[in-house]
Design a protein around this ligand. Structure first.
Ligand SMILES: [Zn+2]
Length: 162
């Protein structure tokens, strides 16, 4: 699926945002992009597709959005997908990330950002099959995300052993 992934910028927002903000969100998007394209994660997504019997061509495009999306109620949005099989992944806001890094450290901050992107991707992928069944999608996202984390940990400890 990695060939369907793009980083997408809405040019209007670049004009509106300060330089610091733009460069922060650009960097964020590139971290997310790299994380989601990692072979281990891509392999895991393929496995989910098979298990859930979702045809790969149902996913037409995956857009890593550079700027956050704010709903009318002021709340942020992690991701969405539409009827055309396009998946959108949005970042957390700069203020949130700053606070997170201040409170938890850089490493924790990065790992939060990466895990959030992975979970969002899995969540939106499941929406392709379960469309508006939010409860089912949430339950499965939790399940698959847990499996991935455990799998990743074993992989990591294997590398340490070598
Ligand atoms: Zn959902």
């Amino acid at each position: 699926m990695s060939s369907k992934m793009r980083i997408t910028v809405r040019p209007k927002k670049i004009v509106r945002f300060s330089k610091t903000r733009v460069s922060f969100y650009m960097k964020y998007a590139s971290v997310v992009f790299k994380t989601l394209r990692k072979p281990l994660f891509q392999k895991f997504l393929d496995w989910i597709l098979k298990r859930e019997n979702i045809k790969e061509h149902k996913v037409t495009k995956v857009q890593v959005m550079v700027f956050p999306f704010r709903k009318e109620n002021g709340k942020g949005l992690a991701g969405k997908c539409n009827g055309k099989g396009e998946i959108f992944i949005y970042p957390k806001r700069l203020e949130f990330c700053r606070k997170l890094i201040r409170n938890c450290g850089k490493e924790e901050g990065y790992s939060y950002i990466k895990n959030r992107a992975r979970a969002t991707f899995i969540h939106e992928l499941l929406h392709i099959k379960y469309s508006s069944d939010e409860e089912k999608v949430r339950e499965l996202t939790r399940k698959y995300f847990k499996i991935f984390t455990q799998h990743q940990n074993t992989q990591n400890s294997n590398t340490h052993n070598i």
